[in-house]
Design a protein. Structure first.
Length: 240
């Protein structure tokens, strides 16, 4: 759902949905001279210059006094879509967490969808039961309108999700069947399944980079890398 910000009485207000913004325009609370901003606009723009909101009334673009400049879109308004993490960092987190980062990856993307679309879901359980929900998650990202307006994803969602599920289930069964080599089989299949996330993550990253040239890595992700690295170092030094 596209989120909008607008300037009223020299104060920035938002985010609001497009339906709410249109309602304010119809009610006369806002007019064609109102400054608005949303993803895809280069900066604050008059309603009269926004396709889909303008009523066709020709209004000249007014000069803005430098002493009374409108606030620029904040960094918070430029938060990345979905979980933004570089491919190299994705593999690093995967190795440091022993495969557990894939659960976090699912959780963060489901949480993003829940918060953005106001859906009644529990991201934690969808992540824990990811073998049942991975097809749905890949399809949601593949068909996401927000990503599609910036850089349409083109990865084969169903094929990647099927391979991911098959590797995880096959690894679990194989590790139980061949107990002697169980840990090796489990590690190989889990880390192999991580490769299925690469095209999905690459599509998310491309859209984020096109939207904002330097999207930030989440502070939580950065802290997780450091903490997992320290835990791994401590565990290694503790081994005999």
């Amino acid at each position: 759902m596209q989120q909008w910000y607008y300037i009223a009485d020299h104060n920035k207000t938002g985010p609001v949905s497009e339906a709410i913004l249109r309602g304010k325009l119809d009610a006369g609370e806002l007019d064609q001279r109102t400054w608005v901003w949303t993803d895809g606009l280069p900066g604050w723009t008059l309603v009269s210059h926004v396709d889909g909101l303008s009523d066709g009334t020709p209004i000249a673009w007014p000069a803005v006094d430098p002493a009374d400049r409108l606030p620029e879109p904040t960094l918070e308004m430029r938060e990345p879509w979905f979980l933004h993490i570089g491919i190299a960092n994705l593999f690093l987190m995967e190795l440091l967490s022993g495969g557990g980062f894939q659960l976090y990856w699912c959780y963060r993307n489901w949480r993003y969808l829940r918060d953005r679309d106001r859906e009644p879901m529990t991201p934690f359980w969808r992540a824990c039961l990811n073998v049942f929900w991975m097809h749905a998650l890949f399809r949601r990202i593949r068909r996401d309108q927000q990503l599609g307006r910036t850089w349409p994803p083109a990865f084969p969602a169903t094929l990647l999700a099927t391979i991911w599920v098959a590797l995880n289930i096959g690894g679990a069964v194989g590790s139980l069947w061949y107990r002697e080599h169980g840990p090796i089989i489990a590690n190989l299949t889990v880390h192999g399944a991580c490769l299925c996330l690469v095209p999905v993550q690459a599509a998310i990253n491309r859209a984020n980079r096109r939207r904002s040239p330097q999207p930030r890595m989440s502070r939580l992700n950065l802290r997780s890398v450091v903490c997992l690295g320290l835990v791994l170092m401590l565990a290694t030094t503790a081994l005999p």
